[in-house]
Design a protein around this ligand. Structure first.
Ligand code: SF4
Length: 177
């Protein structure tokens, strides 16, 4: 299938891209992460994924980065703990944009790197993905990437590629004190 892959960063994305290609899919990466703060961190994550895609001839497109818009969408949920309602909105926003783009650009389906993280609720992410897929008439690849040593393998690949590796999820509310 022709798949648009929502990617959050290179340490997660590199492994998932490899797996999708190994499974016979044609992949384009969509870096759409208006949640990331500050902007310098956004730029670092993006440039690492650009470096990886360029080296491996994988097409990559970049979505708009309007962090204020994201802040507005999670207003009132700033104090939610990680994995709670703020994150659910954050997943929905990024996956909805990905699904819409996939439909407009005539992809067969879409996927996300988000389920590689042991800190994220994979069942919530995949439910959102499946519902959006139904709405837009697409397929959604609901693999939980962290399973079968996926997370471990992604860390090994990340170390091999010498990627910048962040120690927080992305938004200002997830920065570890
Ligand atoms: S903690 Fe991560 S998933 Fe949750 S709202 Fe912040 S950036 Fe989004």
């Amino acid at each position: 299938m022709k798949i648009l892959l929502h990617d959050c960063c290179a340490p997660c994305g590199a492994f998932v891209v490899q797996e999708l290609i190994k499974n016979g899919h044609e992949v384009m990466v969509y870096f759409y992460n208006l949640n990331i703060f500050p902007e310098d961190e956004y730029k670092s994550r993006l440039s690492e994924m650009e470096r990886y895609c360029k080296k491996n001839n994988i097409p990559l497109i970049v979505g708009q980065y309007v962090h204020n818009e994201w802040l507005e969408s999670v207003r009132g949920l700033e104090n939610e703990s990680e994995g709670g309602q703020r994150c659910e909105k954050c997943f929905l926003q990024r996956l909805n944009e990905t699904a819409q783009k996939a439909m407009e650009e005539k992809f067969d389906g879409f996927a996300t790197t988000l389920t590689i993280s042991p800190h994220k609720p994979a069942e919530v992410i995949n439910k959102i993905g499946r519902e959006l897929a139904e709405f837009y008439g697409l397929k959604f690849i609901d693999t939980v990437w962290r399973k079968a040593d996926g997370f471990k393998k992604s860390c090994a690949l990340s170390a091999k590629e010498n990627f910048h590796r962040q120690n927080y999820c992305g938004c200002e509310f997830s920065v570890r004190k």
